[in-house]
Every structure is written in C-alpha cells, then in structure tokens.
Ligand binder design. Structure first.
Ligand SMILES: *[C@@H]1O[C@H](CO)[C@@H](O)[C@H](O)[C@H]1NC(C)=O
Ligand SMILES: *[C@@H]1O[C@H](CO)[C@@H](O)[C@H](O)[C@H]1NC(C)=O
Ligand SMILES: *[C@@H]1O[C@H](CO)[C@@H](O)[C@H](O)[C@H]1NC(C)=O
Ligand SMILES: *[C@@H]1O[C@H](CO)[C@@H](O)[C@H](O)[C@H]1NC(C)=O
Length: 464
C-alpha cells in the first residue's frame, strides 16, 4: 500500500508521507506538520534542557554505540535553524540559542574544555557553521557581554588559521587539533572543506577579502591533492590522506557530507565573486559527482543514499547524519547559484518523498530509518536519521527570500575580526588549564578506531 501510494505520486511534485503520520503532503502546510513531527521526534533524544543536564550536547560519553559526539549536536542546532527558516516554527529557537550559548567555552570560540582534548578541526567547524547559520538567518545577536553569532564563527576561524600546516603535503589541515590524538597524521576532506566553507561564508557575509583568499588557498590545496580526483569523468572527493607519507596516497571512500561541505563553500564563493567561471566549474563538478555517487541509478537516480554504509546497514551515528548536510547545502546552493535549481530541486523533491516512506518505524510508528530508497522500514533510528529526513523534507520549502544574509543585505550580526585571538593554540598552554588524563587520550583513540574500522571493509567497493 505504501509503495503504491508513493509510486502514483508525480516525482518532484507532491510529497507523500505515509505510515503512522498518515499524511499526504500536497501543500506547505502539510510539510510543516510533517517536519514538525520529525523535529519533535529528533528532540526526544535531547535532554540538555532538563534540570541537571548539560545544555548543547546529545547523550554521551561515547563509550558505547548509542551516544552522539559533540560535533553532531552542533550540526543539529544548525539544522534546527534551517527548520525554523523553512517552516516559521519557532518552538525550538530558545533551546537552540541556549545550546549555542552554553558550549562556547572560556575563549568564546567553541573549544570548551570538556571537548577540546579530543576536538578535531571538523568538530569545531560544525559549531562554527551553526553560529554562521544564526547570523545568516538573521537570528538577533544575544547582546550584552555575549559575542555576536558572527564573532563566534570568526573566533573558530581565528583558532584554526594557525593550524594550517605546510611542513607536509604542501599545506592542508590535519584532522586533529592535538598531536596526541589518533588521526593527527591524517589530512582529511571534512576538516579542510570545513575551514574552506567557513572562510567562504565569512568572506561573503563580511566582504573581507582575507577570508576569500583563504577559501581560494584551501580549495586549491584540496584540488591539487589526491583528495580530489577525476575518474570516468566524475569528481571523486576521497576522505583522507596521510601526512606521514606526505599525502602520497589516499583512502578510497566517499561520503555525502564531503561533497556537501565543499558545494556550499563553492556556491558562497560563486556568489561572492559575482559568478566567477572558476567557481561555477567547481560547483558543476561537485554537483555532478554527488549526483553520480549519492543518487544511484539503481534507485532511480533521484533518491539520495549514503551508499558506502546504507545498503549494508552499518552506518554509525556520525554517518547516519551525513545526508542531512548534503540536503541542506544543496538547497542553499540553489539560492546562491540559481542556475543549479533545475538540476538540484527534483533530486531533493524525490528524496524527500522517498524519505517520508522510511519514517514509519519505531515505537511510535513514525521514526525514520536510513534507506530512503526502500519502502520497508530498515530497522534503524536515531538523531541522524531524524535530522536527515527533516533536512531533506524541509529543504523542499526553500525559497529565494531565504538566501543567507550578509552585512550588505540586512545581516546585523556584529563583526569582530579579532574574536578569540587571545586563546591559546599551543596544547601545552591549553592543557595547563585543563590537564589531560589517560582516559581522555584513550577516548580519542577509540573514536578513530571505530571510524576507521567502520569504513575499511567498505573502501574495497569504491575502488572497484
Ligand atoms: C526541552 O525541550 C523539549 C523540546 O524542545 C521540550 O519539549 C521540553 O518541554 C523541554 N524541557 C524543559 C524542561 O524545558
Ligand atoms: C562540562 O562537564 C561538566 C561535568 O559533566 C558539566 O557540569 C559542565 O556543564 C560541562 N560544560 C560544558 C560547557 O559542556
Ligand atoms: C611533499 O608534498 C608536497 C606537495 O605535493 C611537495 O611539494 C613536497 O616536495 C613533498 N615533500 C617531500 C619531502 O617529498
Ligand atoms: C579582515 O580579516 C582579517 C583576518 O581576520 C583581519 O586581520 C582584518 O583586520 C579584517 N579587515 C577588516 C577591514 O575588518
């Protein structure tokens, strides 16, 4: 019944949501009602606003598989800001703002002591993005002694600039901030793409060319490294390369968020430069690569799939959220580079429609799984699954008036180019303040081993 309902609806037009939500989406109002349920169910995982709990974070620490790392919470706050924009539903705004306030840390740069000992560049970026999202969406600055949203994003950027490392690989950011963490040897796409995206957004918001120069530099480095490769006329953006051998080989796995993170940065630069050919080409290549890899022909060519882990049902909690970022960033790309709209929107529409048919599981009969291409619930559930469905269904409501604000177009968040500049960057200084325990180191190592373990078996597939 469910599959029949889905199949009779025209692709790219009406959305259907079936199952316990039992709603046929044919209007903005019904999308609002459905995304409201998705957001509500996502927030049932969050207890940071209850008494005695820590605002801003999801259940952890990550000694078992049912926890969520700090970065994913930052990503979730960004997704909820977009949800508010897409639907006008303000119910979560106070919770979002409380979370973004609570986690800034003593240097007001999203490097709080509870997280800093195993913080990667990418982890911090997702909190920087959420602050940037607030500025670009016109969420008023908190005021008083509290830094502006823009200043928080600038502080993250200022923290990261000195981490650019030219001693190996001709440049690039290492994944980890601190050398005692496993994974410090890797220069990975999400950390470099994360800084690139943040630079591009700051350039566009503030008009400051320094940020744009960094965006250029980081993208050029990625493009010149083995991380970006053309194969069969498609752009493959691989996950990471190893500084220990001067980045002379690359891990062959592809994740949707690595395309999303670079796509939005390229779209920001396209808009910032008034439509430069160089950025158009980059957007086109990323969109083509993402379409080829994450909208597989075997599922009709329009349904997004995290194909390295989804069909085999072994995505971890991080990976289960990746489609949320590709969805949101594809959607914003259609505003910044409107010529992409005809290519991107049908894919988001079809994916939204498909995602809805996967939100039929769990105790309440409406929890979302991961396999949007299947009309049978895949048995998985979690923050990432809810966030991805929320993001892709919400993204169908994006309109040109939601284009990210800049200082020139009504954005009022105050600039502070020196934000966070007094913060220690040297781990020795940092950890005089917050001594490291063996437990911290072990925790960080486990994180990496889990991640690498999850993907190693799958990398074979993509090589073939
Ligand atoms: C916490 O937030 C959730 C979702 O926003 C809300 O339903 C709940 O009432 C809040 N709890 C408290 C104690 O504020
Ligand atoms: C850090 O952890 C302690 C202990 O759980 C908690 O009381 C505090 O609120 C946390 N701080 C942040 C910013 O998460
Ligand atoms: C390391 O790689 C960079 C960039 O490819 C190159 O310029 C440099 O010469 C290499 N260094 C060594 C020691 O091979
Ligand atoms: C532009 O940004 C750079 C880097 O943060 C900063 O040093 C410079 O002061 C900024 N320029 C202006 C005019 O704000």
């Amino acid at each position: 019944m469910r599959s029949i309902l889905r199949n009779v609806l025209p692709l790219g037009g009406l959305l259907s949501l079936v199952g316990a939500i039992d709603l046929q989406i044919s209007s903005a109002d019904s999308v609002k009602s459905v995304t409201s349920s998705l957001a509500y169910d996502m927030m049932t995982y969050y207890s940071g606003n209850e008494s005695g709990q820590v605002p801003g974070i999801l259940p952890g620490p990550c000694s078992d598989v049912s926890c969520y790392y700090w970065w994913e919470a930052g990503a979730m706050w960004g997704a909820l800001i977009n949800y508010w924009q897409y639907t006008g539903d303000e119910s979560y705004q106070p919770t979002v703002i409380e979370a973004l306030k609570f986690q800034i840390g003593p240097d007001k740069n999203y490097n709080p002591p509870n997280q800093s000992k195993n913080m990667g560049v990418d982890d911090q970026d997702f909190w920087g993005f959420a602050a940037m999202e607030a500025a670009e969406a016109g969420v008023p600055d908190v005021g008083g002694d509290f830094p502006s949203w823009l200043a928080l994003a600038q502080a993250v950027w200022n923290f990261q600039v000195p981490l650019w490392e030219t001693a190996t690989c001709g440049g690039g950011f290492r994944w980890q901030v601190y050398s005692f963490n496993a994974g410090y040897n890797l220069k990975n796409t999400v950390s470099n793409g994360g800084f690139f995206q943040l630079s591009a957004r700051l350039a566009r918001y503030t008009g400051n060319q320094t940020y744009a120069d960094w965006a250029d530099k980081v993208y050029d480095w990625m493009e010149g490294s083995l991380l970006f490769q053309e194969q069969d006329s498609h752009l493959y953006i691989w996950d990471n390369t190893d500084a220990n051998n001067n980045c002379s080989d690359v891990e062959h796995y592809v994740w949707s968020y690595n395309y999303g993170i670079n796509l939005l940065g390229a779209a920001m630069m396209y808009d910032f430069t008034g439509g430069a050919d160089k950025w158009k080409t980059r957007i086109d290549n990323i969109v083509d690569g993402a379409n080829f890899l994450f909208f597989p022909q075997e599922y009709g060519g329009n349904i997004m799939s995290e194909m390295l882990c989804e069909p085999t049902s072994n995505c971890n909690n991080d990976q289960s959220s990746f489609k949320a970022y590709l969805s949101r960033w594809m959607a914003v790309t259609t505003l910044l580079a409107p010529y992409t709209k005809d290519l991107i929107m049908p894919k988001l529409q079809a994916s939204a429609q498909a995602a809805a048919t996967q939100c039929i599981g769990g105790n309440n009969g409406r929890e979302c799984g991961r396999q949007w291409y299947s009309t049978t619930w895949d048995g998985s559930k979690g923050v990432g699954q809810q966030m991805s469905a929320l993001a892709v269904i919400g993204a169908t409501q994006i309109t040109q008036d939601m284009i990210p604000l800049t200082a020139e177009t009504g954005g009022k968040s105050e600039s502070d180019p020196n934000a966070g500049n007094d913060a220690p960057h040297n781990p020795e200084d940092e950890f005089k303040r917050n001594p490291i325990t063996t437990g911290d180191k072990a925790g960080a190592a486990i994180l990496t081993i889990l991640i690498i373990g999850a993907v190693v078996g799958l990398s074979v597939w993509i090589v073939l």
